[in-house]
Write a protein that binds this ligand. Structure first.
Ligand code: ARG
Length: 277
Protein backbone atom coordinates (compact mmCIF):
# COMPACT_ATOMS: atom_id res chain seq x y z
CA UNK A 1 0.00 0.00 0.00
CA UNK A 2 1.38 3.41 -0.92
CA UNK A 3 -0.28 6.52 0.42
CA UNK A 4 0.90 10.03 0.71
CA UNK A 5 -0.12 10.41 4.34
CA UNK A 6 1.14 8.22 7.19
CA UNK A 7 -1.73 5.86 8.01
CA UNK A 8 -2.16 4.12 11.36
CA UNK A 9 -4.67 1.55 12.61
CA UNK A 10 -6.02 1.97 16.15
CA UNK A 11 -8.87 0.33 18.08
CA UNK A 12 -10.85 2.28 20.71
CA UNK A 13 -10.58 0.85 24.27
CA UNK A 14 -14.35 0.42 24.86
CA UNK A 15 -13.82 -3.16 26.07
CA UNK A 16 -10.24 -2.81 27.32
CA UNK A 17 -9.46 -4.27 30.76
CA UNK A 18 -7.21 -6.69 32.61
CA UNK A 19 -9.26 -9.87 32.23
CA UNK A 20 -6.39 -12.39 32.21
CA UNK A 21 -2.66 -12.47 32.96
CA UNK A 22 -0.36 -13.34 30.07
CA UNK A 23 2.62 -11.13 30.84
CA UNK A 24 4.23 -9.95 34.10
CA UNK A 25 2.68 -6.47 33.87
CA UNK A 26 -0.86 -7.82 34.04
CA UNK A 27 -2.64 -8.53 37.30
CA UNK A 28 -6.40 -8.92 37.56
CA UNK A 29 -6.16 -7.30 40.98
CA UNK A 30 -4.82 -4.13 39.32
CA UNK A 31 -7.67 -3.15 37.01
CA UNK A 32 -7.47 -0.35 34.51
CA UNK A 33 -9.73 2.65 34.93
CA UNK A 34 -12.15 2.68 31.99
CA UNK A 35 -12.62 6.45 31.83
CA UNK A 36 -8.91 7.19 32.21
CA UNK A 37 -7.98 4.54 29.61
CA UNK A 38 -10.45 6.14 27.20
CA UNK A 39 -8.96 9.61 27.69
CA UNK A 40 -5.35 8.39 27.44
CA UNK A 41 -6.15 6.52 24.23
CA UNK A 42 -7.90 9.64 22.88
CA UNK A 43 -4.84 11.72 23.82
CA UNK A 44 -2.59 9.44 21.75
CA UNK A 45 -5.07 9.43 18.89
CA UNK A 46 -5.39 13.23 18.81
CA UNK A 47 -1.64 13.74 19.01
CA UNK A 48 -1.10 11.46 16.01
CA UNK A 49 -3.77 13.33 14.07
CA UNK A 50 -2.03 16.63 14.90
CA UNK A 51 1.20 15.15 13.53
CA UNK A 52 -0.57 14.57 10.22
CA UNK A 53 -1.50 10.91 10.63
CA UNK A 54 -4.60 9.47 9.05
CA UNK A 55 -6.04 7.17 11.75
CA UNK A 56 -8.15 4.19 10.71
CA UNK A 57 -10.31 2.50 13.35
CA UNK A 58 -10.92 -1.18 13.99
CA UNK A 59 -14.30 -1.69 15.73
CA UNK A 60 -13.79 -2.82 19.37
CA UNK A 61 -15.27 -6.17 20.46
CA UNK A 62 -16.61 -7.21 23.84
CA UNK A 63 -14.59 -10.08 25.31
CA UNK A 64 -11.42 -9.11 23.40
CA UNK A 65 -9.78 -6.59 25.75
CA UNK A 66 -6.40 -6.67 23.98
CA UNK A 67 -7.79 -5.88 20.52
CA UNK A 68 -6.69 -2.30 21.33
CA UNK A 69 -3.10 -3.44 20.75
CA UNK A 70 -3.27 -3.24 16.96
CA UNK A 71 0.51 -3.69 16.63
CA UNK A 72 -0.28 -7.38 17.07
CA UNK A 73 -3.01 -7.44 14.39
CA UNK A 74 -0.53 -8.19 11.62
CA UNK A 75 2.74 -7.51 9.89
CA UNK A 76 2.23 -5.23 6.89
CA UNK A 77 4.20 -5.62 3.69
CA UNK A 78 2.96 -3.65 0.68
CA UNK A 79 -0.61 -4.92 0.10
CA UNK A 80 -0.08 -8.07 2.13
CA UNK A 81 -0.71 -8.51 5.83
CA UNK A 82 0.78 -11.49 7.63
CA UNK A 83 -1.87 -12.32 10.22
CA UNK A 84 -0.97 -13.23 13.80
CA UNK A 85 -1.35 -16.57 15.51
CA UNK A 86 -1.29 -15.75 19.20
CA UNK A 87 0.61 -17.78 21.77
CA UNK A 88 -2.19 -17.47 24.34
CA UNK A 89 -5.74 -18.74 23.77
CA UNK A 90 -7.09 -15.55 25.38
CA UNK A 91 -6.04 -13.52 22.32
CA UNK A 92 -6.72 -16.04 19.56
CA UNK A 93 -10.27 -14.76 19.02
CA UNK A 94 -8.84 -11.48 17.72
CA UNK A 95 -7.56 -12.98 14.48
CA UNK A 96 -10.93 -13.24 12.72
CA UNK A 97 -11.62 -9.58 13.46
CA UNK A 98 -8.18 -8.64 12.17
CA UNK A 99 -8.72 -10.66 9.01
CA UNK A 100 -12.14 -9.12 8.35
CA UNK A 101 -10.89 -5.59 8.92
CA UNK A 102 -7.82 -5.92 6.69
CA UNK A 103 -9.86 -7.52 3.89
CA UNK A 104 -12.40 -4.70 3.98
CA UNK A 105 -9.52 -2.20 3.87
CA UNK A 106 -8.20 -3.87 0.72
CA UNK A 107 -5.17 -5.69 2.12
CA UNK A 108 -4.49 -9.34 1.37
CA UNK A 109 -4.37 -11.42 4.61
CA UNK A 110 -2.05 -14.44 4.82
CA UNK A 111 -2.04 -17.01 7.66
CA UNK A 112 1.16 -18.51 9.05
CA UNK A 113 1.66 -22.22 8.26
CA UNK A 114 0.89 -25.06 10.68
CA UNK A 115 0.37 -23.91 14.22
CA UNK A 116 3.34 -21.56 14.19
CA UNK A 117 2.98 -18.60 16.51
CA UNK A 118 3.58 -15.04 15.35
CA UNK A 119 2.35 -11.78 16.89
CA UNK A 120 2.48 -9.27 14.06
CA UNK A 121 4.46 -6.05 14.17
CA UNK A 122 4.80 -6.52 17.93
CA UNK A 123 7.66 -8.92 17.21
CA UNK A 124 8.88 -7.88 13.75
CA UNK A 125 10.33 -4.48 12.89
CA UNK A 126 12.23 -3.34 9.83
CA UNK A 127 15.34 -1.23 10.19
CA UNK A 128 16.57 -0.44 6.69
CA UNK A 129 16.30 -3.57 4.56
CA UNK A 130 16.54 -5.95 7.50
CA UNK A 131 13.68 -7.46 9.47
CA UNK A 132 14.53 -7.65 13.18
CA UNK A 133 12.40 -10.37 14.73
CA UNK A 134 11.81 -11.17 18.38
CA UNK A 135 11.10 -14.78 19.27
CA UNK A 136 10.62 -17.29 22.07
CA UNK A 137 8.24 -15.65 24.51
CA UNK A 138 5.44 -15.04 21.96
CA UNK A 139 6.50 -15.65 18.35
CA UNK A 140 8.27 -18.77 17.08
CA UNK A 141 11.59 -18.34 15.31
CA UNK A 142 10.45 -20.48 12.36
CA UNK A 143 7.46 -18.15 11.74
CA UNK A 144 9.87 -15.28 11.44
CA UNK A 145 12.04 -17.21 9.02
CA UNK A 146 8.95 -18.09 6.99
CA UNK A 147 7.74 -14.48 6.90
CA UNK A 148 11.19 -13.24 5.81
CA UNK A 149 11.20 -15.91 3.07
CA UNK A 150 7.83 -14.65 1.81
CA UNK A 151 9.19 -11.10 1.72
CA UNK A 152 12.55 -12.21 0.36
CA UNK A 153 14.41 -10.14 2.94
CA UNK A 154 17.16 -10.68 5.50
CA UNK A 155 15.83 -11.57 8.96
CA UNK A 156 17.76 -11.26 12.19
CA UNK A 157 16.05 -13.40 14.84
CA UNK A 158 16.56 -11.99 18.33
CA UNK A 159 15.82 -14.12 21.35
CA UNK A 160 13.93 -12.18 24.00
CA UNK A 161 15.30 -13.10 27.40
CA UNK A 162 13.53 -10.74 29.78
CA UNK A 163 9.94 -11.64 30.78
CA UNK A 164 8.92 -7.98 31.10
CA UNK A 165 10.04 -7.27 27.53
CA UNK A 166 8.11 -10.11 25.91
CA UNK A 167 7.51 -8.45 22.51
CA UNK A 168 10.30 -6.94 20.43
CA UNK A 169 8.50 -3.58 20.31
CA UNK A 170 8.83 -3.26 24.10
CA UNK A 171 12.63 -3.15 23.90
CA UNK A 172 13.58 -2.09 20.35
CA UNK A 173 12.39 0.75 18.13
CA UNK A 174 13.90 1.67 14.75
CA UNK A 175 13.75 5.46 14.19
CA UNK A 176 15.10 5.53 10.65
CA UNK A 177 17.04 3.16 8.39
CA UNK A 178 20.25 3.53 10.41
CA UNK A 179 19.03 4.51 13.90
CA UNK A 180 17.25 2.59 16.65
CA UNK A 181 16.37 2.83 20.32
CA UNK A 182 16.85 -0.28 22.44
CA UNK A 183 17.02 -1.74 25.92
CA UNK A 184 20.11 -4.01 25.75
CA UNK A 185 19.21 -6.07 28.85
CA UNK A 186 16.23 -7.53 26.99
CA UNK A 187 18.53 -9.44 24.60
CA UNK A 188 21.07 -12.20 24.97
CA UNK A 189 24.74 -11.69 24.18
CA UNK A 190 24.34 -12.67 20.54
CA UNK A 191 21.38 -10.33 20.10
CA UNK A 192 23.25 -7.42 21.60
CA UNK A 193 26.22 -8.06 19.37
CA UNK A 194 24.28 -8.39 16.14
CA UNK A 195 22.19 -5.26 16.79
CA UNK A 196 25.37 -3.30 17.56
CA UNK A 197 27.01 -4.59 14.38
CA UNK A 198 24.09 -3.88 12.06
CA UNK A 199 22.67 -0.58 13.29
CA UNK A 200 25.18 2.29 13.24
CA UNK A 201 23.29 4.67 15.55
CA UNK A 202 21.87 3.19 18.73
CA UNK A 203 20.27 4.89 21.70
CA UNK A 204 20.22 2.73 24.82
CA UNK A 205 17.35 3.37 27.20
CA UNK A 206 18.02 3.32 30.97
CA UNK A 207 16.24 0.54 32.95
CA UNK A 208 13.82 2.87 34.70
CA UNK A 209 12.65 4.35 31.40
CA UNK A 210 12.54 0.95 29.70
CA UNK A 211 10.02 0.15 32.44
CA UNK A 212 8.07 3.24 31.34
CA UNK A 213 8.01 1.72 27.84
CA UNK A 214 10.34 4.32 26.29
CA UNK A 215 11.16 1.85 23.51
CA UNK A 216 7.47 1.41 22.72
CA UNK A 217 7.39 4.59 20.65
CA UNK A 218 5.52 5.63 17.51
CA UNK A 219 7.66 7.29 14.84
CA UNK A 220 6.07 9.74 12.40
CA UNK A 221 8.70 11.43 10.25
CA UNK A 222 11.16 12.96 12.74
CA UNK A 223 8.57 12.94 15.55
CA UNK A 224 8.58 10.29 18.27
CA UNK A 225 5.50 9.72 20.44
CA UNK A 226 5.88 7.82 23.72
CA UNK A 227 4.71 7.47 27.31
CA UNK A 228 5.50 10.09 29.96
CA UNK A 229 8.29 9.70 32.54
CA UNK A 230 11.20 9.25 30.12
CA UNK A 231 13.31 12.45 30.48
CA UNK A 232 16.68 10.84 29.63
CA UNK A 233 15.21 9.31 26.50
CA UNK A 234 13.68 12.65 25.48
CA UNK A 235 17.07 14.33 25.78
CA UNK A 236 18.77 11.65 23.65
CA UNK A 237 16.12 12.07 20.96
CA UNK A 238 16.58 15.84 20.86
CA UNK A 239 20.35 15.43 20.56
CA UNK A 240 19.95 13.49 17.33
CA UNK A 241 17.36 15.81 15.84
CA UNK A 242 14.09 14.06 16.64
CA UNK A 243 11.16 15.83 18.31
CA UNK A 244 9.73 13.97 21.27
CA UNK A 245 6.10 14.00 22.41
CA UNK A 246 5.16 12.43 25.75
CA UNK A 247 1.55 11.44 26.36
CA UNK A 248 0.31 9.52 29.46
CA UNK A 249 -0.50 5.84 28.82
CA UNK A 250 -0.28 4.27 32.29
CA UNK A 251 -3.61 2.45 32.03
CA UNK A 252 -2.22 0.45 29.10
CA UNK A 253 1.05 -0.30 30.87
CA UNK A 254 -1.10 -2.28 33.34
CA UNK A 255 -1.64 -4.61 30.36
CA UNK A 256 1.99 -4.52 29.22
CA UNK A 257 1.51 -2.06 26.37
CA UNK A 258 2.08 1.59 25.46
CA UNK A 259 2.10 3.92 22.43
CA UNK A 260 3.54 1.60 19.79
CA UNK A 261 1.42 -1.39 20.83
CA UNK A 262 -1.71 0.71 20.38
CA UNK A 263 -0.87 1.44 16.73
CA UNK A 264 -0.13 -0.33 13.47
CA UNK A 265 1.42 1.59 10.63
CA UNK A 266 -0.51 0.53 7.52
CA UNK A 267 1.75 2.18 4.94
CA UNK A 268 4.98 0.75 6.38
CA UNK A 269 7.22 2.03 9.14
CA UNK A 270 9.46 5.07 8.65
CA UNK A 271 12.59 2.98 9.19
CA UNK A 272 11.71 0.37 6.55
CA UNK A 273 13.54 0.79 3.24
CA UNK A 274 10.66 -0.81 1.27
CA UNK A 275 8.33 2.08 2.12
CA UNK A 276 10.57 4.53 0.29
CA UNK A 277 9.96 5.10 -3.44
N1 ARG B 1 -1.81 -7.54 27.08
C1 ARG B 1 -1.24 -7.65 25.80
C2 ARG B 1 -0.49 -8.97 25.65
O1 ARG B 1 0.12 -9.40 26.59
C3 ARG B 1 -0.33 -6.51 25.50
C4 ARG B 1 0.18 -6.50 24.08
C5 ARG B 1 1.13 -5.39 23.82
N2 ARG B 1 1.46 -5.34 22.45
C6 ARG B 1 2.68 -5.16 21.94
N3 ARG B 1 2.80 -5.04 20.67
N4 ARG B 1 3.76 -5.18 22.70
O2 ARG B 1 -0.51 -9.62 24.63
Amino acid sequence: MTRNVPTILMCPPDFFGIEYEINPWMSRSRQSDTVLAQSQWQGLHDLLVELGVQVELMPPQKGLPDLVFTANAGLIWYDTVFLPRFRHAARQGEVEHDRAWFSSFGLHPVDPPGDWKIEGAGDALFCGETLFAGYLIRSDVRSMQWVAGEMNCRVIPLQLVHEHFYHLDTCFCPLDATTAVWFPEAFDEYGRRVIAELIPNLIAVVPEEAGRFACNAVVVGRNVVHNTGCPVFERSLREIGFTSYATPLDEFIKSGGSAKCLTLRLDGEEAAIWTRP
